[in-house]
Structure formats: C-alpha cells, structure tokens
Design a binder for this molecule. Structure first.
Ligand SMILES: [Fe+2]
Ligand SMILES: [Fe+2]
Length: 163
C-alpha cells in the first residue's frame, strides 16, 4: 500500500464529499429544471456528472495504490431553494469547502512524506481553482441579473457552453 491507514480513511471521506457534491448539484439542477430554466439545469446536471467523476477518480486512485475503498454515508442534499442566487451561492460554498478538504489531504500527504498521494492530489488542486473561479463568475452574473433576469443568465451559459 502506498499510503497510511489514516490517508486511506481521508481518501474514502473525500470520495463521499465528491459524491455528496454530485447529489447537491442534481438537486440544484432539478430546481432549475422544474422552473423551466433548461440552460441552468443542464449546467448543473453536467456539474453533477463531473463531481461523480471526481469521486470515481479518487476511488480508482485508492484501488491503484493498494488501499481499501469504503464509501461513507452520503448526507441528503439541500432540496428546496428560494432563489437562483441561493442555489449558486450554495455551490460556491461547496466548492470552497471541497478546496479546503483537498488541501487538507495534501497537508497530510506532506506530513507523512506520501509523495504518491501528493502527486495524485495535484490534479484536484488545479481543478478546484477552476471550479471555484467559474462558480464565482456564475454567482456574479446571477446576482447582477436578479431573479427577473434569469433568461439572460441562460444566454450567458449557452454562449459559454456548459462544460
Ligand atoms: Fe469535485
Ligand atoms: Fe467541484
């Protein structure tokens, strides 16, 4: 095994965090979907897919490195929202939290002289920079547009192309 039991546990927790983020984004996508905002819905369904892939990426790393995968209980996502702003604000908070979680794993890896996990986590460190900045950009647009301007936000997402 390439890492300690402590690291194995931290990585399993991270698999849970990524899957939890995936469920949260599905819940947000559903909120937009039922409001007829297809662009925002599509954007968040695709974010949900990315988070699932992140979870799978950590999972595969645990397996490749000879660890044991144990998927933790995933808390229910928040499902009711008062506004689009609330949805996107929650998403920014999620991304900031996940960034801290990834950084904590890197810190542990440094402390344990675990070069393999340090290296594996670099992809996530970069990814979080992108995720936080694009979610903050979306929050900015949603706040400027206001609830009555959400169709313009749809246009923005369509031009930007849901990634
Ligand atoms: Fe993620
Ligand atoms: Fe993310």
């Amino acid at each position: 095994m390439f890492f300690s039991d402590k690291m194995n546990n931290a990585l399993n927790e991270q698999i849970g965090h990524e899957f939890a983020a995936s469920l949260q984004y599905i819940a947000i996508a559903t909120h937009f979907d039922s409001a007829g905002l297809a662009g925002l819905a599509k954007h968040f369904y695709s974010q949900a897919e990315e988070e699932r892939e992140h979870g799978m990426r950590v999972l595969r790393y645990v397996l490749d490195a000879g660890g044991t995968v144990a998927i933790p209980a995933i808390p229910a996502p928040k499902g009711r929202f008062k506004s689009a702003e609330e949805c996107v604000k929650l998403s920014v908070d999620w991304e900031s939290t996940v960034t801290k979680q990834i950084h904590a794993i890197v810190e542990l890896a440094i402390k344990e002289n675990d070069y393999t996990t340090q290296n594996a986590m670099q992809w996530f460190v970069e990814e979080q920079l992108e995720e936080v900045s694009s979610m903050e950009a979306l929050l900015n647009i949603v706040q400027r547009a206001g609830e009555s301007g959400l169709l313009q936000v749809e246009g923005y997402i369509a031009r930007k192309g849901a990634k």
